[in-house]
Design a protein around this ligand. Structure first.
Ligand code: PDD
Length: 280
């Protein structure tokens, strides 16, 4: 495998960054994960627009021109022979002696990696549905920034794994669901409407989430952008999660309780099917 690190394409196993990189010391950086399907980067524009927003919210400059970054992404994908898989980008503030305020005159660090997967296997597994758990929301209030500071997400995901589940939903004290540790959260109501939390505050505005709005529209489904509770999800017709790596994936159980009849929902599966007709 080949990785891109700060201007060079090198063997993945030799790809390193400096010990005083601020990503390593302070989680002072941002990232994106894009799905690659049949050789195309899905929703590349959306991901790069969000990267731009994350960078500007943290006053980190672009490590290179946007069009150059697109060339690097495509080159990493090509060198790793990825037809189906993911490409990962990470930009940190750069390398400087450890001191909390922004260092002056540093160049942001850029890492790009790509990984292939067996699309047929991945889709087959996702379509079988996943189990999730719920955990109290304990993250900061700027989760709209796609920062590499993911410790609460890591702990939540580990807790899910130890419970035999694949994802954890962060739940606010008022009982409403925020999102998963690495996915957005959705339900389908008994009358067939899609419900997902508004993305202006408290969750990451998923690129897949935005594309699913268009998919839903093309399928004639109604969308309600509003908070929902765990109780509502358990009483819903369907529940599902979304991200670049999972697309729309059915949730079959929450905290050990089945959602509806405990089988993947048909609305979720049709959204998943239709996704690639709409994604750019
Ligand atoms: N996670 N919410 C959180 C907290 C996320 O980390 C992600 C993405 C999403 C979905 O966003 P998108 O549809 O743009 O992938 C929502 C990536 C896949 C990750 O951390 O691996």
């Amino acid at each position: 495998r080949i990785a891109y690190v700060n201007g060079r394409y090198i063997a993945h196993r030799h790809a390193t960054v400096h010990i005083e990189d601020r990503g390593y010391q302070f989680a002072d950086g941002v990232y994106e994960v894009c799905e690659i399907a049949r050789g195309f980067i899905v929703d590349m524009k959306g991901h790069l627009d969000r990267l731009d927003r994350s960078l500007s919210e943290l006053s980190i400059g672009w490590p290179m021109h946007r069009s150059a970054l697109m060339v690097v992404m495509r080159e990493v994908i090509r060198r790793n022979h990825v037809r189906d898989g993911i490409v990962y980008l990470q930009v940190t503030r750069g390398v400087a002696p450890r001191d909390h305020p922004f260092p002056v005159g540093v160049t942001p660090s850029l890492v790009v990696t790509a990984k292939k997967f067996d699309a047929a296997k991945v889709h087959q597994k996702a379509e079988a549905g996943v189990q999730i758990i719920t955990v109290p929301e304990n993250r900061w209030d700027r989760v709209d920034i796609k920062s590499v500071g993911l410790l609460p997400n890591v702990l939540a995901k580990q807790k899910a794994r130890e419970a035999g589940a694949q994802e954890a939903w962060f739940v606010d004290p008022d009982g409403t669901v925020k999102e998963g540790a690495s996915t957005n959260a959705w339900i389908v109501t008994q009358d067939g409407a899609l419900v997902t939390r508004p993305a202006d505050h408290g969750i990451l505005r998923g690129i897949t989430r935005t594309t699913l709005f268009k998919v839903a529209e093309s399928l004639g489904l109604r969308i309600e952008e509003r908070p929902f509770t765990v109780e509502e999800a358990l009483a819903a017709r369907e529940a599902f999660l979304s991200s670049a790596t999972t697309l729309a994936t059915p949730i079959i159980a929450i905290d050990g309780h089945p959602v509806a009849n405990g089988h993947p929902g048909s609305v979720t599966l049709s959204l998943r099917q239709a996704f690639f007709d709409i994604a750019e």
